[in-house]
Design a protein around this ligand. Structure first.
Ligand SMILES: C[S@@+](CC[C@H](N)C(=O)[O-])C[C@H]1O[C@@H](n2cnc3c(N)ncnc32)[C@H](O)[C@@H]1O
Length: 377
């Protein structure tokens, strides 16, 4: 059995393109896909490389039914924890599966993120992860991390992740995984990770996780809009386990929140843009969609949708306006990311805007973790 055709289609790649890329004939690739030919190891590796999937995931018969054996509790760490998006997402997934999770370590360098996290989860995250030895972190089973996307300086003769990724925050994730050997991890990053440095950044990350650290790894670009949140937010999710696994990235989402569910009814005057800005926006754009979020792009073009464009930590003040008139409130931004209303806001509006813009879409990541947990253990 092999999954070449299935994964090729998932990647939106034609048979011709893949065959050309790995320098075999289309006919031969077609025979491999129909299980009429068994490729050599070197061709199998080239197929794996081209599809971004480890060879064993494409060519090995994996057990379809296996009973997961979970530790009790599942100890996890929350790196680059921000305001705890992974904390909520994992809690929802653990609860859904009747499992017990326990956070044994969290870290974020930002003082205000630490304040928000402490107010909501009762523990102050440790600071700069680059200064923390893996041996200082308690043992854990699962690692969560939404880390900043940085280029790696790969020099020809250097070998190994320490040389290839040093000075980046991914290096810190890798060294912690290497020393602590958790059963599994879920990492999150921006959509651009896939195209960053001509694809080299993602390729290096996958190679380090698979080849150097020995994990089975898969990844997918997902959009919060497809998970019932009214926000277009595309993120790459990387999942890895010591176990071989086949992740099914299709999700059946029944509950969907609309903008109406998210928007507050009585909004303070301070969130309204000035009459001049509103008049300028309305002179440029009209819409029949109500309610809608108006988005102004870098060139000043305005579009409106019955959902929000991605919240961004460093965006200009008025780039998203509800009905072209007012900014989102801190609570609305948190709701757009799937944070519950029980989340306590203890920092300024500006800090909450940054924190919400940095966070993960909780509903989306919860679904991924829920599906991945039984495969990972
Ligand atoms: C994309 S955000 C992650 C947000 C988080 N997933 C959430 O749901 O709120 C990245 C976080 O990494 C933190 N960070 C950046 N450099 C760091 C470092 N050296 N050590 C620890 N945290 C760091 C930032 O402060 C930021 O909160």
């Amino acid at each position: 059995m092999n999954r070449v055709k299935e994964i090729r289609k998932e990647r939106g790649m034609s048979q011709e393109t893949l065959a050309r890329y790995i320098a075999i004939s289309r006919k031969y690739l077609s025979m491999i896909e129909r299980q009429n030919a068994t490729p050599s190891i070197s061709i199998a590796m080239r197929i794996g490389g081209a599809l971004g999937v480890s060879v064993d995931k494409i060519f090995l018969d994996l057990p379809l039914e296996k009973t997961p054996v979970y530790p009790k509790p599942i100890r996890f760490i929350d790196l680059f924890c921000g305001i705890g998006g992974f904390r909520y997402a994992s809690k929802y997934a653990f609860d859904k599966l009747g499992l017990e999770g326990k956070c044994v370590f969290s870290s974020d360098i930002d003082k205000y993120a630490q304040e928000s996290y402490e107010a909501n989860f009762g523990e102050k995250p440790a600071g700069d992860i680059t200064k923390i030895e893996a041996s200082e972190i308690p043992d854990f089973d699962f690692l969560f991390a939404g880390f900043p996307c940085q280029a790696f300086s790969i020099c020809g003769l250097q070998k190994g992740f320490a040389d290839n990724t040093r000075g980046t925050l991914f290096f810190d994730i890798a060294r912690i995984i290497k020393e602590k050997r958790p059963q599994a991890f879920v990492l999150e990053n921006v959509k651009n990770l896939a195209s960053h440095d001509n694809g080299r950044t993602l390729k290096t990350i996958l190679e380090v996780l698979r080849d150097e650290l020995g994990y089975h790894v898969d990844y997918k670009l997902l959009n919060a809009l497809d998970f019932g949140l009214p926000q277009k937010r595309e993120r790459i999710i990387i999942v890895g386990s010591k176990n071989p696994f086949l992740m099914d990235w299709t999700f059946d989402i029944k509950e969907k929140k609309t903008l109406n569910d998210i928007l507050e009814k009585n909004v303070d005057k301070k969130y309204y843009a000035s009459p001049e800005i509103v008049a300028k926006r309305k002179a440029k754009h009209t819409t029949s969609v109500y309610p809608s979020i108006w988005h102004e792009n870098k060139s000043g073009n305005i579009s409106s949708y019955p959902y929000s464009c991605a919240l961004r930590a460093g965006a200009s003040y008025n780039y998203l306006l509800v009905n072209g008139e007012r900014r989102l409130t801190p609570r609305e931004m948190l709701r757009l990311q799937g944070f519950p209303d029980s989340f306590k806001i203890v920092v300024s509006d500006a800090q909450t805007r940054k924190q919400a813009g940095n966070a993960i879409p909780v509903d989306m990541v919860a679904k991924v973790i829920e599906k991945f947990l039984p495969l990972a253990f």
